[in-house]
Design a protein around this ligand. Structure first.
Ligand code: WQD
Length: 368
């Protein structure tokens, strides 16, 4: 642990949101520690993080379900808090493989909390999702809206929120921040880290960027007969660096005053599919071919956040615009056509000495 820099454990910290939060935590004076089994992320991100933060990255390679090992990690780094990102997040896959989702998403949180209890580290930020609201009766959605999850994935998120609420009731020493994300998109402005989905992207923005870079032929727009201004789905897209800043604000608030909270993280504005495509064409200078296709099962027409609570409780508001999100997504995709599998012969953009390889210690994988 770096002298007097508070250590914060990031489970799933090598992933899309976790890696951006890693950078934001370093910039805020924390010492983040990545815990990741790389089942849904790429080790190459560690070297990129070293370039960005200009310091060695502390990474513990293993599975959050291995509770005794998580205890060791928390003790080794004297963590004062944890942010729990680790989890499967594909809505469609959760319908096909519910047991895998419950085991990993709910079991993973239980394992982390048990390890934190053992080491008396009782400040936790949980990566939840706006999908806990299901199909809202109206928009914008505030935190008092009823929760009605419609997929096993969303059920795992709400179940985790309920577990955390029960824990707080049983022991007020626990400090819990629940963050309900809307639609994270974009990438760090450096183009060194970004979203790197494996296979065919489920989500709109990575699909659009792959069309722009020539990896896909065109975008299928799922439905143009929704009750929205242009008939296509409306969502609350949030720049991932704004989302990362929200996590820093959340962990800092818990450590400062200890009051628990559940907060939406979004921009408070809705953008349609066609508006995303038009914004991306402006940002990239590339034409994005698309065709209208049938609605996608499980999609709702409109979905955007009331973000006043994030403002009043954390002093947090999203800063980036849709044009910023498209510009940064395009920059990342251009520099990394194959994501982290891209072999870059050119020198890194930031001419900074790359420290020795990160302090990665590995733990044998544990059966699921
Ligand atoms: C956005 C809009 C689609 C792809 C998902 C997860 C949710 C959360 C955020 C984790 C919709 C349309 C999409 C495409 C399209 N992740 N679309 N063509 O479904 O709002 O939320 O990501 O918490 O769990 O469900 O995001 O990007 O998939 O879709 O027309 O190829 O784009 O119909 O209107 P979604 P998305």
């Amino acid at each position: 642990m770096t002298l007097n820099k508070p250590s914060v454990l990031l489970t799933g910290g090598a992933g899309y949101i976790g890696s951006h939060t890693f950078v934001a935590l370093v910039e805020a004076g924390y010492q983040p520690v990545i815990l990741d089994d790389f089942s849904n992320s790429h080790p190459a991100v560690l070297q990129r993080l070293e370039q960005l933060t200009e310091q060695p990255v502390i990474c513990e390679r293993g599975n959050v379900l291995d509770t005794p090992w998580v205890v060791e990690v928390l003790q080794r780094h004297r963590c004062v808090a944890a942010i729990h990102f680790a989890g499967f997040k594909a809505v469609g896959e959760s319908v096909q493989k519910p047991l895998m989702y419950y085991q990993n998403n709910v079991g993973g949180l239980l394992s982390l909390l048990q390890a934190m209890e053992t080491t008396e580290c009782r400040s936790v930020v949980f990566s939840s999702s706006a999908t806990v609201y299901g199909d809202p009766a109206s928009v914008p959605i505030d935190e008092q809206f009823p929760c009605a999850p419609e997929s096993p994935y969303a059920h795992t998120k709400l179940m985790c929120e309920n577990i955390l609420a029960s824990l707080r009731t049983s022991d007020p020493a626990w400090r819990v921040g629940v963050l309900r994300y809307f639609n994270p998109v974009g990438a760090h402005p450096s183009g060194l880290i970004g979203e790197d989905p494996s296979g065919i992207p489920n989500n709109l923005m990575p699909y659009v960027t792959q069309v722009a870079v020539g990896k896909r032929a065109m975008v299928n727009v799922f439905g143009n007969d929704y009750p929205t201004p242009d008939g296509t789905g409306v969502r609350d897209y949030l720049h991932v660096t704004d989302l990362a800043a929200g996590h820093v604000a959340a962990v800092s608030a818990l450590l400062a005053h200890g009051k628990s909270f559940t907060i939406n993280l979004g921009t408070g504005e809705g953008t349609s599919v066609l508006e995303v495509i038009q914004a991306f064409e402006r940002a990239s200078g590339r034409s994005i071919p698309y065709e209208f296709a049938p609605r996608r099962a499980g999609d709702v027409a409109q979905y955007f956040a009331d973000v006043s609570l994030a403002g009043s409780l954390l002093g947090w508001r999203a800063q980036c615009t849709m044009d910023d999100m498209c510009r940064d997504s395009w920059h990342w995709q251009q520099r990394n056509p194959e994501g982290y599998r891209t072999v870059t012969s050119s020198p890194p953009a930031l001419q900074v000495p790359v420290p020795a390889s990160s302090n990665v210690s590995a733990r044998p994988a544990v059966g699921m």
